[in-house]
Design a protein around this ligand. Structure first.
Ligand code: AMP
Length: 419
Protein backbone atom coordinates (compact mmCIF):
# COMPACT_ATOMS: atom_id res chain seq x y z
CA UNK A 1 0.00 0.00 0.00
CA UNK A 2 1.29 3.46 -0.89
CA UNK A 3 2.29 5.57 2.08
CA UNK A 4 0.08 8.53 2.85
CA UNK A 5 1.63 11.86 1.90
CA UNK A 6 0.68 15.36 2.98
CA UNK A 7 0.40 18.74 1.36
CA UNK A 8 -0.21 22.34 2.39
CA UNK A 9 -3.79 23.61 2.73
CA UNK A 10 -5.28 25.13 -0.39
CA UNK A 11 -4.21 28.76 -0.77
CA UNK A 12 -1.20 28.28 1.52
CA UNK A 13 2.25 27.83 0.09
CA UNK A 14 5.70 26.79 1.22
CA UNK A 15 8.43 29.31 0.60
CA UNK A 16 11.24 26.98 -0.44
CA UNK A 17 14.99 27.51 0.12
CA UNK A 18 15.58 28.86 -3.39
CA UNK A 19 12.86 31.50 -2.94
CA UNK A 20 13.68 32.61 0.60
CA UNK A 21 16.50 34.85 -0.59
CA UNK A 22 14.15 37.23 -2.38
CA UNK A 23 11.99 37.43 0.75
CA UNK A 24 15.04 38.25 2.83
CA UNK A 25 16.09 40.87 0.28
CA UNK A 26 12.66 42.53 0.43
CA UNK A 27 12.58 42.35 4.22
CA UNK A 28 15.99 44.04 4.30
CA UNK A 29 14.68 46.88 2.10
CA UNK A 30 11.62 47.31 4.33
CA UNK A 31 13.75 47.44 7.50
CA UNK A 32 16.15 49.94 5.94
CA UNK A 33 13.46 52.27 4.59
CA UNK A 34 11.52 52.10 7.88
CA UNK A 35 14.69 53.06 9.72
CA UNK A 36 15.19 56.08 7.44
CA UNK A 37 11.65 57.18 8.24
CA UNK A 38 12.22 56.54 11.98
CA UNK A 39 9.67 53.74 12.36
CA UNK A 40 10.07 50.94 14.92
CA UNK A 41 9.14 47.33 14.27
CA UNK A 42 6.33 45.69 16.24
CA UNK A 43 5.54 41.95 16.26
CA UNK A 44 2.16 40.74 17.46
CA UNK A 45 0.81 37.16 17.72
CA UNK A 46 -0.80 35.65 14.65
CA UNK A 47 -3.94 34.86 16.66
CA UNK A 48 -6.26 37.47 18.13
CA UNK A 49 -9.59 37.43 19.91
CA UNK A 50 -12.39 37.17 17.38
CA UNK A 51 -14.18 40.14 18.92
CA UNK A 52 -11.20 42.46 18.34
CA UNK A 53 -11.16 41.73 14.62
CA UNK A 54 -14.96 41.82 14.32
CA UNK A 55 -15.11 45.24 15.98
CA UNK A 56 -11.94 46.57 14.44
CA UNK A 57 -12.34 45.49 10.84
CA UNK A 58 -16.16 45.63 10.89
CA UNK A 59 -18.80 42.93 11.30
CA UNK A 60 -20.26 43.52 7.84
CA UNK A 61 -17.05 43.41 5.84
CA UNK A 62 -16.25 40.38 3.66
CA UNK A 63 -13.18 39.71 5.78
CA UNK A 64 -15.17 39.27 9.00
CA UNK A 65 -18.41 37.85 7.63
CA UNK A 66 -16.92 35.30 5.23
CA UNK A 67 -13.17 34.96 5.37
CA UNK A 68 -12.11 34.37 8.95
CA UNK A 69 -10.16 31.33 10.07
CA UNK A 70 -11.88 31.08 13.42
CA UNK A 71 -11.82 28.45 16.14
CA UNK A 72 -12.60 27.91 19.79
CA UNK A 73 -10.64 26.53 22.67
CA UNK A 74 -12.57 26.31 25.91
CA UNK A 75 -14.42 29.59 26.27
CA UNK A 76 -11.96 31.50 24.12
CA UNK A 77 -12.65 32.38 20.51
CA UNK A 78 -9.70 33.02 18.27
CA UNK A 79 -9.06 34.04 14.70
CA UNK A 80 -5.91 33.90 12.66
CA UNK A 81 -5.30 37.60 12.04
CA UNK A 82 -6.62 38.73 8.64
CA UNK A 83 -4.71 42.03 8.87
CA UNK A 84 -2.46 43.76 11.33
CA UNK A 85 -3.86 47.24 12.01
CA UNK A 86 -6.40 46.07 14.61
CA UNK A 87 -3.72 43.93 16.35
CA UNK A 88 -1.29 46.87 16.43
CA UNK A 89 -4.05 49.12 17.77
CA UNK A 90 -4.81 46.47 20.42
CA UNK A 91 -1.14 46.34 21.43
CA UNK A 92 -1.08 50.16 21.59
CA UNK A 93 -4.04 50.20 24.00
CA UNK A 94 -3.01 47.12 26.01
CA UNK A 95 0.54 48.32 26.66
CA UNK A 96 -0.26 52.06 26.96
CA UNK A 97 2.24 52.81 24.25
CA UNK A 98 1.14 56.46 24.29
CA UNK A 99 3.11 56.73 27.55
CA UNK A 100 6.32 56.44 25.53
CA UNK A 101 5.48 59.97 24.40
CA UNK A 102 5.06 61.51 20.95
CA UNK A 103 3.46 59.65 18.09
CA UNK A 104 4.01 55.91 17.77
CA UNK A 105 5.52 55.21 14.36
CA UNK A 106 5.36 51.44 13.99
CA UNK A 107 5.83 48.92 11.19
CA UNK A 108 5.34 45.18 10.82
CA UNK A 109 6.01 42.31 8.46
CA UNK A 110 4.20 39.00 8.70
CA UNK A 111 1.66 36.41 7.57
CA UNK A 112 -2.08 37.21 7.42
CA UNK A 113 -4.95 34.79 6.84
CA UNK A 114 -8.15 35.17 4.85
CA UNK A 115 -10.28 32.26 3.61
CA UNK A 116 -10.66 33.71 0.12
CA UNK A 117 -10.94 31.78 -3.12
CA UNK A 118 -7.31 31.35 -4.17
CA UNK A 119 -6.19 32.77 -7.50
CA UNK A 120 -3.12 34.57 -8.83
CA UNK A 121 -2.22 37.22 -6.26
CA UNK A 122 -4.76 35.95 -3.78
CA UNK A 123 -3.86 33.38 -1.16
CA UNK A 124 -5.30 32.21 2.13
CA UNK A 125 -2.04 32.73 3.92
CA UNK A 126 -0.30 35.76 2.47
CA UNK A 127 2.21 38.26 3.78
CA UNK A 128 1.94 41.95 4.38
CA UNK A 129 4.26 44.70 5.38
CA UNK A 130 2.68 47.80 6.78
CA UNK A 131 3.15 50.84 8.97
CA UNK A 132 1.07 52.93 11.33
CA UNK A 133 1.43 56.42 12.80
CA UNK A 134 -0.66 56.44 15.96
CA UNK A 135 -1.43 59.71 17.73
CA UNK A 136 -1.23 62.23 14.90
CA UNK A 137 -4.14 64.11 13.40
CA UNK A 138 -2.10 66.21 11.02
CA UNK A 139 -2.20 65.62 7.23
CA UNK A 140 1.61 65.45 7.41
CA UNK A 141 1.22 62.00 9.02
CA UNK A 142 -0.99 60.77 6.16
CA UNK A 143 1.63 61.91 3.70
CA UNK A 144 4.56 60.45 5.64
CA UNK A 145 2.80 57.05 5.61
CA UNK A 146 2.26 57.29 1.86
CA UNK A 147 5.88 58.43 1.36
CA UNK A 148 7.20 55.44 3.31
CA UNK A 149 5.09 53.05 1.25
CA UNK A 150 6.23 54.63 -2.01
CA UNK A 151 9.89 54.67 -0.99
CA UNK A 152 9.81 50.89 -0.51
CA UNK A 153 8.45 50.35 -4.06
CA UNK A 154 10.99 52.87 -5.36
CA UNK A 155 13.84 50.94 -3.77
CA UNK A 156 12.51 47.70 -5.24
CA UNK A 157 12.30 49.39 -8.64
CA UNK A 158 8.53 49.20 -9.17
CA UNK A 159 7.71 52.63 -10.50
CA UNK A 160 4.86 52.31 -13.02
CA UNK A 161 2.22 52.36 -10.29
CA UNK A 162 -0.73 54.63 -9.77
CA UNK A 163 -1.58 56.03 -6.39
CA UNK A 164 -5.31 56.61 -5.97
CA UNK A 165 -6.57 58.74 -3.13
CA UNK A 166 -9.90 59.78 -1.74
CA UNK A 167 -11.45 61.05 1.44
CA UNK A 168 -14.06 58.68 2.86
CA UNK A 169 -15.17 61.39 5.28
CA UNK A 170 -15.74 61.60 8.99
CA UNK A 171 -18.89 60.00 10.49
CA UNK A 172 -20.92 63.16 9.84
CA UNK A 173 -19.98 63.44 6.16
CA UNK A 174 -20.36 59.70 5.78
CA UNK A 175 -23.88 59.70 7.18
CA UNK A 176 -25.03 62.39 4.75
CA UNK A 177 -23.30 60.60 1.88
CA UNK A 178 -24.72 57.17 2.75
CA UNK A 179 -28.22 58.63 2.68
CA UNK A 180 -27.59 60.25 -0.69
CA UNK A 181 -26.19 56.97 -2.03
CA UNK A 182 -29.22 55.04 -0.82
CA UNK A 183 -31.59 57.53 -2.42
CA UNK A 184 -29.62 57.22 -5.64
CA UNK A 185 -29.34 53.40 -5.78
CA UNK A 186 -32.87 52.60 -4.48
CA UNK A 187 -34.70 52.96 -7.82
CA UNK A 188 -32.04 50.85 -9.62
CA UNK A 189 -31.82 47.93 -7.21
CA UNK A 190 -33.86 45.58 -9.39
CA UNK A 191 -31.27 45.85 -12.16
CA UNK A 192 -28.28 45.50 -9.86
CA UNK A 193 -26.41 42.42 -8.58
CA UNK A 194 -27.46 40.35 -5.57
CA UNK A 195 -24.27 41.36 -3.76
CA UNK A 196 -25.10 45.03 -4.20
CA UNK A 197 -28.66 44.45 -3.02
CA UNK A 198 -27.29 42.81 0.10
CA UNK A 199 -24.81 45.63 0.61
CA UNK A 200 -27.55 48.21 0.14
CA UNK A 201 -29.15 47.05 3.37
CA UNK A 202 -25.99 46.52 5.37
CA UNK A 203 -23.33 48.92 4.11
CA UNK A 204 -24.30 50.88 1.02
CA UNK A 205 -20.87 52.47 0.67
CA UNK A 206 -19.44 49.07 -0.28
CA UNK A 207 -21.62 48.96 -3.40
CA UNK A 208 -19.00 51.27 -4.91
CA UNK A 209 -16.48 48.45 -4.48
CA UNK A 210 -18.58 46.03 -6.58
CA UNK A 211 -16.79 44.29 -9.44
CA UNK A 212 -20.09 42.96 -10.94
CA UNK A 213 -20.61 44.11 -14.51
CA UNK A 214 -24.32 44.96 -14.17
CA UNK A 215 -23.53 47.40 -11.35
CA UNK A 216 -20.97 49.47 -13.23
CA UNK A 217 -23.31 51.85 -15.17
CA UNK A 218 -25.03 52.78 -11.90
CA UNK A 219 -21.77 53.21 -10.01
CA UNK A 220 -20.41 55.43 -12.79
CA UNK A 221 -23.10 58.06 -12.12
CA UNK A 222 -23.35 57.73 -8.34
CA UNK A 223 -22.94 60.79 -6.14
CA UNK A 224 -19.38 61.35 -4.90
CA UNK A 225 -18.41 61.64 -1.24
CA UNK A 226 -16.25 64.67 -1.86
CA UNK A 227 -19.50 66.67 -2.33
CA UNK A 228 -20.55 65.73 1.20
CA UNK A 229 -17.40 66.39 3.21
CA UNK A 230 -17.59 68.65 6.24
CA UNK A 231 -15.41 71.77 6.10
CA UNK A 232 -12.78 70.26 8.39
CA UNK A 233 -12.54 67.00 6.47
CA UNK A 234 -12.36 68.87 3.20
CA UNK A 235 -9.52 71.03 4.52
CA UNK A 236 -7.65 67.94 5.74
CA UNK A 237 -8.00 66.29 2.33
CA UNK A 238 -6.90 69.47 0.53
CA UNK A 239 -3.76 69.67 2.69
CA UNK A 240 -2.91 65.99 2.03
CA UNK A 241 -3.06 66.67 -1.72
CA UNK A 242 -1.01 69.83 -1.37
CA UNK A 243 1.72 68.02 0.60
CA UNK A 244 1.80 65.13 -1.88
CA UNK A 245 2.37 67.65 -4.66
CA UNK A 246 5.14 69.33 -2.67
CA UNK A 247 6.85 65.97 -2.21
CA UNK A 248 6.35 65.26 -5.92
CA UNK A 249 4.44 62.06 -5.24
CA UNK A 250 2.07 61.67 -8.21
CA UNK A 251 -1.52 60.69 -7.38
CA UNK A 252 -4.96 60.46 -8.93
CA UNK A 253 -8.14 61.33 -7.10
CA UNK A 254 -10.70 58.54 -7.18
CA UNK A 255 -13.95 59.69 -5.55
CA UNK A 256 -15.30 56.12 -5.58
CA UNK A 257 -12.40 54.58 -3.72
CA UNK A 258 -13.74 52.85 -0.63
CA UNK A 259 -11.70 50.22 1.08
CA UNK A 260 -12.74 46.76 2.27
CA UNK A 261 -12.25 47.54 5.93
CA UNK A 262 -14.73 49.58 7.92
CA UNK A 263 -12.34 51.45 10.15
CA UNK A 264 -11.23 54.03 7.60
CA UNK A 265 -12.12 57.70 8.06
CA UNK A 266 -11.00 60.67 5.99
CA UNK A 267 -7.93 59.82 3.87
CA UNK A 268 -8.03 56.53 1.96
CA UNK A 269 -5.53 55.44 -0.68
CA UNK A 270 -4.59 52.49 -2.82
CA UNK A 271 -1.52 51.72 -4.90
CA UNK A 272 -2.42 50.02 -8.17
CA UNK A 273 -0.11 48.20 -10.57
CA UNK A 274 -0.95 47.44 -14.20
CA UNK A 275 1.40 44.44 -13.96
CA UNK A 276 -0.81 42.47 -11.57
CA UNK A 277 -3.83 41.39 -13.61
CA UNK A 278 -7.21 41.07 -11.88
CA UNK A 279 -5.87 41.53 -8.34
CA UNK A 280 -4.27 44.85 -9.16
CA UNK A 281 -3.81 46.43 -5.71
CA UNK A 282 -0.27 46.36 -4.39
CA UNK A 283 -1.29 47.97 -1.15
CA UNK A 284 -3.47 50.55 0.46
CA UNK A 285 -4.41 52.29 3.64
CA UNK A 286 -5.80 55.37 5.21
CA UNK A 287 -6.84 57.08 8.40
CA UNK A 288 -8.60 55.22 11.17
CA UNK A 289 -9.28 57.92 13.73
CA UNK A 290 -12.05 55.98 15.52
CA UNK A 291 -10.55 52.48 15.71
CA UNK A 292 -8.62 52.86 18.94
CA UNK A 293 -11.67 54.22 20.75
CA UNK A 294 -13.76 51.41 19.24
CA UNK A 295 -11.52 48.81 20.86
CA UNK A 296 -11.47 50.41 24.29
CA UNK A 297 -8.75 53.07 24.14
CA UNK A 298 -8.83 56.86 24.36
CA UNK A 299 -9.69 58.82 21.23
CA UNK A 300 -6.45 58.59 19.21
CA UNK A 301 -6.21 59.58 15.55
CA UNK A 302 -4.05 57.30 13.42
CA UNK A 303 -3.12 56.48 9.85
CA UNK A 304 -1.45 53.49 8.19
CA UNK A 305 -0.89 51.32 5.14
CA UNK A 306 -0.64 47.61 4.41
CA UNK A 307 0.88 46.03 1.31
CA UNK A 308 0.98 42.51 -0.05
CA UNK A 309 4.40 40.91 -0.43
CA UNK A 310 3.32 38.16 -2.86
CA UNK A 311 1.83 40.79 -5.17
CA UNK A 312 5.03 42.83 -4.99
CA UNK A 313 6.93 39.74 -6.18
CA UNK A 314 4.44 39.19 -9.03
CA UNK A 315 5.06 42.77 -10.18
CA UNK A 316 8.83 42.19 -9.90
CA UNK A 317 8.55 39.11 -12.10
CA UNK A 318 6.53 40.98 -14.73
CA UNK A 319 9.06 43.82 -14.73
CA UNK A 320 12.12 41.54 -14.73
CA UNK A 321 13.34 42.84 -11.36
CA UNK A 322 15.61 40.47 -9.46
CA UNK A 323 16.00 41.45 -5.81
CA UNK A 324 18.54 38.77 -5.03
CA UNK A 325 22.18 39.71 -5.25
CA UNK A 326 24.44 36.87 -6.23
CA UNK A 327 25.51 35.14 -3.05
CA UNK A 328 28.84 33.39 -2.77
CA UNK A 329 30.28 30.93 -0.32
CA UNK A 330 33.73 32.13 0.79
CA UNK A 331 35.36 28.71 1.18
CA UNK A 332 34.60 25.07 0.52
CA UNK A 333 36.98 22.45 1.96
CA UNK A 334 37.47 19.48 -0.35
CA UNK A 335 38.94 16.47 1.47
CA UNK A 336 40.41 13.16 0.40
CA UNK A 337 40.42 10.42 3.03
CA UNK A 338 39.46 10.09 6.68
CA UNK A 339 42.34 12.07 8.12
CA UNK A 340 41.75 14.98 5.75
CA UNK A 341 38.07 14.95 6.63
CA UNK A 342 38.93 15.25 10.33
CA UNK A 343 41.26 18.13 9.49
CA UNK A 344 38.41 19.78 7.64
CA UNK A 345 35.94 19.34 10.49
CA UNK A 346 38.49 20.88 12.87
CA UNK A 347 39.30 23.86 10.64
CA UNK A 348 35.78 24.68 9.41
CA UNK A 349 34.89 26.43 12.70
CA UNK A 350 38.12 28.47 12.53
CA UNK A 351 37.14 29.82 9.11
CA UNK A 352 33.62 30.66 10.33
CA UNK A 353 34.96 32.32 13.48
CA UNK A 354 37.09 34.51 11.22
CA UNK A 355 33.85 35.72 9.61
CA UNK A 356 33.97 33.60 6.47
CA UNK A 357 31.10 31.50 5.15
CA UNK A 358 32.44 27.97 4.88
CA UNK A 359 31.22 24.49 4.12
CA UNK A 360 32.42 20.97 3.33
CA UNK A 361 31.15 17.53 2.43
CA UNK A 362 29.66 15.44 5.25
CA UNK A 363 28.79 12.28 3.36
CA UNK A 364 32.08 11.03 1.97
CA UNK A 365 31.64 12.00 -1.68
CA UNK A 366 34.41 11.70 -4.27
CA UNK A 367 36.71 14.65 -4.97
CA UNK A 368 34.94 15.20 -8.27
CA UNK A 369 31.53 15.31 -6.56
CA UNK A 370 32.89 17.68 -3.90
CA UNK A 371 34.27 20.05 -6.55
CA UNK A 372 30.88 19.99 -8.25
CA UNK A 373 29.21 20.77 -4.94
CA UNK A 374 31.60 23.71 -4.40
CA UNK A 375 30.62 25.00 -7.83
CA UNK A 376 26.91 24.63 -7.10
CA UNK A 377 27.36 26.53 -3.84
CA UNK A 378 29.10 29.32 -5.79
CA UNK A 379 32.30 28.98 -3.74
CA UNK A 380 34.94 31.69 -4.22
CA UNK A 381 37.73 29.47 -2.94
CA UNK A 382 38.32 25.80 -2.38
CA UNK A 383 40.87 24.37 0.05
CA UNK A 384 42.03 20.95 -1.13
CA UNK A 385 43.27 18.60 1.60
CA UNK A 386 44.79 15.14 0.99
CA UNK A 387 47.55 12.97 2.47
CA UNK A 388 50.42 14.96 0.89
CA UNK A 389 49.03 18.29 2.06
CA UNK A 390 48.66 16.98 5.60
CA UNK A 391 52.23 15.66 5.62
CA UNK A 392 53.60 18.98 4.34
CA UNK A 393 51.34 21.22 6.41
CA UNK A 394 50.53 23.15 3.22
CA UNK A 395 47.17 23.09 1.49
CA UNK A 396 46.03 23.89 -2.00
CA UNK A 397 43.97 27.09 -2.15
CA UNK A 398 42.12 27.36 -5.43
CA UNK A 399 40.53 30.59 -6.59
CA UNK A 400 37.50 29.29 -8.45
CA UNK A 401 36.78 32.41 -10.52
CA UNK A 402 40.38 32.91 -11.66
CA UNK A 403 41.02 29.14 -11.91
CA UNK A 404 44.36 29.63 -10.14
CA UNK A 405 45.84 27.69 -7.24
CA UNK A 406 48.82 27.70 -4.89
CA UNK A 407 49.98 26.06 -1.64
CA UNK A 408 49.83 27.75 1.74
CA UNK A 409 49.78 26.91 5.45
CA UNK A 410 46.34 27.24 7.07
CA UNK A 411 47.40 30.48 8.79
CA UNK A 412 48.45 31.95 5.46
CA UNK A 413 45.12 30.93 3.94
CA UNK A 414 43.23 32.53 6.81
CA UNK A 415 45.26 35.69 6.33
CA UNK A 416 44.71 35.79 2.59
CA UNK A 417 40.95 35.27 2.84
CA UNK A 418 40.30 37.76 5.62
CA UNK A 419 42.40 40.64 4.31
P1 AMP B 1 -6.06 45.14 2.75
O1 AMP B 1 -5.58 44.74 4.12
O2 AMP B 1 -7.28 44.38 2.32
O3 AMP B 1 -6.14 46.60 2.57
O4 AMP B 1 -4.94 44.63 1.74
C1 AMP B 1 -3.71 45.25 1.57
C2 AMP B 1 -2.89 44.51 0.56
O5 AMP B 1 -2.64 43.18 1.00
C3 AMP B 1 -3.59 44.31 -0.78
O6 AMP B 1 -3.44 45.43 -1.60
C4 AMP B 1 -2.86 43.10 -1.33
O7 AMP B 1 -1.62 43.48 -1.90
C5 AMP B 1 -2.59 42.29 -0.09
N1 AMP B 1 -3.62 41.23 0.07
C6 AMP B 1 -4.84 41.33 0.64
N2 AMP B 1 -5.48 40.15 0.62
C7 AMP B 1 -4.65 39.28 0.00
C8 AMP B 1 -4.72 37.89 -0.32
N3 AMP B 1 -5.78 37.15 0.00
N4 AMP B 1 -3.66 37.32 -0.95
C9 AMP B 1 -2.58 38.04 -1.29
N5 AMP B 1 -2.44 39.36 -0.99
C10 AMP B 1 -3.46 39.97 -0.35
Amino acid sequence: MAQQTFSTHVGMVDILPGEVKKWQALERIIHEEAKKFNFEEIRTPIMEQTELIARGVGQLTDIVSKEMFAFERGDDQYVLRPECTAPVARAFVEHHLEQRGGTQNLYYIGPMFRAEKPQKGRQRQFHQFGAEIIGADDPAADVDIIALMMSIYDRVGISNTSLKINSVGDPESRKAYTEALKDYFRPHLEDMSDISNERFEKNSLRILDSKEEEDQPFIDDAPVITDFLTKETEAHYARVKELLKELEIPFEEDPYLVRGLDYYTRTAFELISPDLGAQDALGGGGRYDLLIEEIGGQHTPAVGFAAGMERLFIACEELGIDLVEEEMLDVYIVTLGEEARNWGLKHLPKLRKAGLSASMDYIGRSIKAQMKDADRENARHVIIVGGNELAEGKFTLRNMKASKEDSYTFEEILNKLTN
